[in-house]
Design a binder for this molecule. Structure first.
Ligand code: SAM
Length: 303
């Protein structure tokens, strides 16, 4: 059988198959570990957004050597079902839901996780602001699991990424943005490695999220002290509404001509008034414009 063009193009895709990883993403976690030494002292790990499971494979291969295997607990969560992996407990659920966080904590018998990794990628809508926002929310959901060691999460390095860093700095004293070699340069994907979880005193984890769970009745003004620090962001309007960056053709009934509608209240003295006057009267040649500018300015001073 001939090789597919993807095989020829992507070295990590090919290597993943040769080494038995379920996805090329495995190399991203392995390369992050080379830099941050993620797995030392870890025996309870959570893999959020885990399907098809290459990060869980990395966890189970790495942790097997760190501790007695029977003490290791790995929980993998995804919206989608995933083929079983030895030593990995699977939860099919939404990581932005409190109930999923509770189920993870139940598996660890109330103990906090040592390591949380999240390769969360929302279904990309193409509306980058919404994608980045949902991605940031997936990441903030990671917060509710209280890792005592590092937390690794995929992010989109978009224009609002500094807001996300500021939010994370509230919870972790070390926040580093890393781009493994196996993550394509053409992609805005990157990873944040957060170290030293130290939430503000009195902070109560809260996953209320008006965009995702549609609970618009959350009264943010009720939140006090450290629980108020995350700036709520609300994207408004239906995704099927008109896009303000596009031009739409006129929709006229058959046989009807376009009727110009003047502005309800035109500006009183707009800065472009003078230019319009000059163009209307064909006075835009340099010399004419200068003398007309002077006479119009004088006129405006009088009125
Ligand atoms: N790390 C995985 C691996 O190595 O095989 C690849 C993860 S894939 C890039 C992203 C996954 O995020 C998808 O399987 C998707 O179902 C999952 N996902 C996206 N939003 C989610 C959510 N709210 N809750 C749980 N999983 C989610």
């Amino acid at each position: 059988m001939g090789r597919s063009s993807k095989d020829k193009r992507d070295i990590y895709y090919r290597l993943a198959k040769e080494e038995g990883w379920r996805a090329r993403s495995a190399f991203k976690l392995l390369q992050l570990d080379q830099e941050f030494n993620l797995f030392t002292g870890v025996n309870r790990a959570v893999d959020l957004c885990a399907a098809p499971g290459s990060w869980s494979q990395v966890l189970s291969r790495k942790l097997r050597f760190c501790f007695f295997w029977e003490e290791v607990k790995i929980v993998a969560v995804d919206l989608q079902a995933m083929a079983p992996l030895p030593g990995v407990t699977q939860i099919q659920g939404d990581i932005t839901k409190v109930s999923t966080a509770q189920e993870i904590i139940r598996h660890f018998e109330g103990q906090p996780a040592d390591l949380v990794v999240c390769d969360g990628a929302p279904d990309v809508t193409g509306l980058h602001d919404v994608d980045e926002y949902i991605q940031a929310q997936l990441l903030l959901a990671v917060n509710c699991i209280k890792p005592i060691l590092p937390c690794v999460s995929q992010i989109f390095r978009g224009k609002d990424v500094t807001l996300l860093y500021s939010q994370l700095k509230i919870f972790f004293s070390g926040v580093t943005c890393a781009k493994p070699r196996s993550s394509r340069n053409s992609s805005i994907e990157a990873f944040v490695v957060c170290q030293n979880y130290c939430p503000p005193e009195g902070y109560v984890p809260n996953m209320s999220n008006p965009l995702l769970d549609h609970s618009y009745d959350v009264d943010f003004n009720q939140l006090e002290g450290p629980n108020r620090v995350i700036v709520p962001f609300l994207a408004c309007g239906d995704l099927s509404a008109y896009d303000s960056d596009r031009t739409y053709p006129l929709q006229l009934d058959a046989g009807k001509e376009y009727q110009y509608t003047p502005p309800t209240q035109p500006p009183i003295r707009p800065p472009y008034q003078q230019a319009c006057h000059l163009r209307k009267n064909n006075l835009l040649s340099k010399e004419d414009a200068l003398s007309n500018y002077k006479s119009i300015s004088a006129l405006q001073l009088v009125t």
